[in-house]
Design a protein around this ligand. Structure first.
Ligand code: C2E
Ligand code: MG
Ligand code: MG
Length: 283
């Protein structure tokens, strides 16, 4: 029934062995992920974000990792959609938020201006999240303006009324909000105007072609222009080589992250980078 529903309305489908296998695999994956959360197999890695002008680290993005007993270290991309579909992302996200704010608070002293970015999925955008964020900030003693919550356009558009209310409460708390993967979805001017948003993160798919592909370059240029017009900050993600850095700077974006600058790594490695010593190879 779900297979048929997934294809659209008024459809039928015949059950076969491959569907049984898919169901069994999914149930197993869900059980494994639930256990991973309870058994401490999850970790938070951090990808530094750099400011070109000074070469300094100005932020870190918290990215969840699963140290799978059989499959090794798994990036979020390989299990976050399962976490979203099953609702496990709510517990997972609360845990990441707690870890990341405590870590972020450790990096803030010595007058450093480092912002901690944490991803939130659509499932987490419910009224209780505001108190969770407030609690996390209090427990960690992290100033609210040192925390930035990243949301995709799809997550915001899931329930526009609810999102507007929650984002307004984030603003009241003093927490920043970034639109993640900007350019890949609606990129609607109406919601940018309507929602209290502080930062646009240019999606890596466009950054990958900047300077080389005229379409990607045009998208990047217009996102930077849009951010400037709306007085938003702009951060490029997925920077993979020096020519992209040069092109981004030329277009007016001097803030970014990517494998070329630093890969996501455990907190200890990022602390070493911050203290000026070279971090060992990560991931
Ligand atoms: P995102 O927030 O857009 O994060 C950036 C993703 O791009 C990360 O993948 C990062 O490892 C990867 N990346 C960074 N630099 C480069 C680069 O130069 N080239 C390429 N090809 N990739 C790069 P990751 O960690 O697998 O995360 C995938 C997505 O999963 C994230 O996309 C975010 O939407 C979600 N996610 C990650 N951690 C969390 C979390 O704690 N909670 C929630 N709700 N979602 C999370
Ligand atoms: Mg993100
Ligand atoms: Mg992104």
């Amino acid at each position: 029934m779900y297979q048929a529903k997934g294809q659209g309305r008024d459809r039928w489908d015949a059950f076969d062995g491959s569907m049984r296998q898919a169901v069994v695999d999914r149930i197993r994956a869900e059980t494994d992920l639930r256990r991973a959360i309870d058994n401490g197999q999850l970790e938070v890695h951090y990808q530094p974000e750099f400011l070109r002008e000074t070469g300094e680290i100005v932020g870190t993005e918290a990215l969840v990792r699963w140290r799978h007993p059989l499959r090794g270290l798994l990036a979020a991309g390989s299990f976050i959609s399962l976490a979203e579909e099953t609702g496990l992302v709510v517990d997972l996200g609360r845990w990441v938020l707690g870890k990341a704010t405590i870590q972020g608070a450790e990096w803030v002293p010595d007058g450093r201006d480092i912002i901690t970015r944490v991803n939130l999925s659509a499932r987490q955008l419910r009224p209780a999240v505001v108190a969770e964020v407030e609690d996390a900030l209090r427990v960690a003693s992290l100033p609210a303006d040192r925390l930035c919550l990243e949301l995709t356009e799809t997550a915001i558009m899931d329930d526009v009324q609810e999102s507007a209310r929650i984002l307004a409460q984030f603003r009241e708390l003093g927490v920043q909000v970034a639109i993640d993967d900007f350019g890949t979805c609606f990129s609607s001017l109406a919601y940018l105007k309507r929602f209290p948003v502080d930062i646009l993160k240019i999606d890596g798919t466009f950054v990958g072609g900047v300077g080389a592909d005229p379409d990607d370059t045009a998208v990047v240029r217009s996102v930077i222009g849009l951010a400037r017009t709306l007085r938003l900050e702009v951060v490029a993600e997925g920077i993979e080589d020096a020519s992209q850095v040069g092109e981004l700077v030329r277009l007016g974006c001097g803030r970014g992250q990517g494998f070329h600058l630093a890969r996501p790594a455990p907190a200890e490695d990022v602390s070493m980078l911050l203290s000026g010593s070279l971090a060992p190879p990560s991931e």
